[in-house]
Design a protein around this ligand. Structure first.
Ligand code: ATP
Ligand code: MG
Length: 564
């Protein structure tokens, strides 16, 4: 990360304003943030918002951002997730340097601090069951009741806590609770649980522990150990802040972090919850965590979304204090902006229709010069083989053209991009009446796609040479859910879109696409953006449709501007 220290934030949201004020007032010498995922699933686009915010602020203020795994719940956490999360944060373009941390690194210190709380009478061992604890907790309008175990002696508490740690008790038999106030208006302050017994191997500490700290006990203390200055989290933790502060105040921690909350990202047609995403994977609704329909970072990457598009999206939506739902079209818009600028154009026929150019010499091949990206002259051009038999897109031909259909039709001339003008002379059909091929003629004087007499066909089509094209499978994607608010009627899984994936086989693509690397997104001219899937093999290419070319979000914005 850069060490420059700008005096003002790049984008002024309320969190950046707080940080900027803290820098101005000299409250902190170095700004330290952290991104604290629990390794119980893959990261999703909501996490990307948090990553961009935490790493972005650290970068803008010349500080640092830690990647800290909040690995306090061994029954749900796995090494696979730890690895995937690191790969995703890196791919998004962020670097934690040497600051890869784990809450589990602090288990020893956290245990000692728990002992401190017991010694000072601020924590006790409770023998109530989880259900009984819930019953004693009270409600928003009624105070809770003290546990009968609340007034144990310090010595007894110390002894029981040591025995919990030693494995003397089964899961759930006892917990360590803070001794705060069972009548506190904030339920989080009604003697919250700090430690629970979980006999389970941990991905990192193995069998060293059978008691684990809760999120509330681990999080703020981990922040303090790492000298985090701004502990930025989503709004659901707002009510936990008094507890966060209570623990920091009542423990001999080495620094004084502060928690700030922002609104989590919600997206239309999308569910951002690891619990639900895990079910989609486990129940086989998708091809895995990185299925291109998943809102996971790995899914969006596999689909062909560039990291820059995700970062631009995060910048577009900003950071607010009130929950809202963002149109998924806005994410797509940000991604299209990047792809339009950066992606190379290629020819492909998804639903190929054979064209035979009757007056083109049999066996002749010409190498046509085709521009790679009209938006970027530095992208240069490539040679594409042209020959007597071609594939065009089936949709680009109508035997009886509808009004406003300007593409190929019997007797009509169109331009083949960067090649020649061709005219359709005849439609050949099989016995069943299915179109087999079009017989066409070409005008040799139009080489390169220009006519010396100024003739201008109304349509320009893409094409691939039948002898040279490579077969491919193409997977088209639509929203994973049918409605903008999945689950609003109660049954989320009933809202799954049965047409969210369409697999096309027998597509034909230009041969250079054999070299396209996974992670490289191209534009199939006139069709959309596509990216090679990791399932691709030589001889069997597979492409994912990243997005169509149509930007409905930009159109809506333009209309809204017109109306206002
Ligand atoms: P989920 O609710 O999807 O299961 P989580 O909050 O349990 O996610 P964590 O691993 O605890 O997942 O999240 C790591 C960080 O990412 C937290 O600081 C959390 O606030 C933030 N985060 C999670 N979901 C979103 C979201 N939709 N928008 C913004 N930030 C999010
Ligand atoms: Mg969480």
């Amino acid at each position: 990360m850069s060490t420059q220290r700008p005096t003002s934030p790049e984008r002024g949201d309320f969190i950046r304003e707080i940080v900027a004020a803290d820098v101005r007032n000299g409250r902190h010498a170095t700004i330290v943030t952290r991104f604290p995922p629990e390794p119980n699933g893959y990261l999703h686009i909501g996490h990307a918002k948090s990553i961009c915010l935490n790493f972005g602020i650290a970068h803008e203020f010349g500080g640092r951002c830690h990647l800290r795994f909040d690995d306090t719940n061994p029954t749900k956490e796995e090494q696979e997730y730890i690895d995937a999360i690191q790969a995703d944060v890196r791919w998004l373009g962020f670097d934690w340097g040497e600051h890869l941390h784990f809450a589990s690194d602090y288990f020893g210190q956290l245990f000692d601090w728990a002992v401190d709380l017991i010694r000072t009478g601020k924590a006790y061992i409770d023998d109530l069951t989880a259900d009984e604890i819930r019953e004693h907790r009270g409600t928003l309008t009624e105070p809770g009741q003290n546990s009968p175990w609340r007034d144990r002696s310090v010595d007894e508490n110390l002894d029981l806590f040591e025995r919990m740690r030693a494995g003397d008790f089964p899961n759930g038999a006892r917990v360590l609770r803070a001794r705060i106030d069972m009548a506190a208006p904030n339920i989080n302050l009604r003697d919250p649980v700090l430690y629970r017994i979980v006999h389970a191997a941990h991905p990192r500490t193995g069998d060293a522990w059978c008691i684990y700290p809760t999120y509330d006990f681990a999080h703020g203390q981990s922040d303090a150990i790492e000298a985090v200055t701004h502990s930025i989290c989503t709004l659901e933790f707002e009510a936990h802040r008094p507890l966060y502060d209570w623990l920091i105040e009542n423990l001999p921690v080495p620094s004084r972090p502060r928690q700030y909350e922002f609104a989590r990202l919600n997206l239309t047609y999308t569910i951002l919850s690891k619990r639900v995403l895990l079910r989609l994977v486990n129940e086989g609704h998708v091809r895995g965590w990185d299925d291109p329909r998943m809102p996971t970072i790995s899914g969006l990457r596999r689909r062909g979304f560039p990291a820059e598009g995700l970062r631009d999206f995060a910048a577009m939506i900003g950071v607010a204090k009130a929950d809202s739902v963002v149109e998924v079209g806005m994410l797509e818009h940000a991604v299209r902006n990047v792809l339009n600028r950066t992606s190379h154009r290629r020819f492909a026929a998804l639903n190929p229709l054979k064209v035979v150019i009757e007056n083109y010499p049999d066996g002749q091949v010409e190498e046509m010069e085709v521009v790679n990206n009209p938006e970027d002259p530095s992208a240069g051009s490539r040679k594409v083989s042209f020959s007597r038999e071609l594939w065009i897109e089936h949709d680009d031909f109508m035997e009886e053209p509808a009004a406003k259909f300007f593409r190929l039709a019997p007797g009509r001339e169109v331009r083949l991009r960067s090649a020649y003008f061709v005219t359709c002379r005849e439609v050949v059909k099989d016995e069943a009446g299915e179109m087999v091929e079009l017989r066409c003629t070409y005008d040799p004087a139009t080489r390169g796609g220009d006519s010396p007499d100024g003739r201008r066909p109304k349509a320009t089509l893409h094409w691939v040479s039948a002898d040279h094209a490579v077969p491919a499978e193409v997977r088209l994607y639509d929203h994973l859910f049918t409605r903008p608010d999945p689950g609003a009627d109660g049954d989320l899984f009933a809202d799954l879109n049965p047409g969210s994936e369409t697999v096309l086989t027998g597509c034909r693509v230009e041969p250079g696409l054999v070299e396209a690397a996974v992670g490289e997104t191209v534009q199939f001219e006139r069709l959309g953006y596509f990216s090679p899937d990791p399932d691709s093999r030589r001889g069997q290419l597979v492409f994912n449709r990243t997005l169509t070319l149509k930007d409905s979000w930009a159109r809506l914005q333009a209309r809204a501007r017109q109306d206002s």
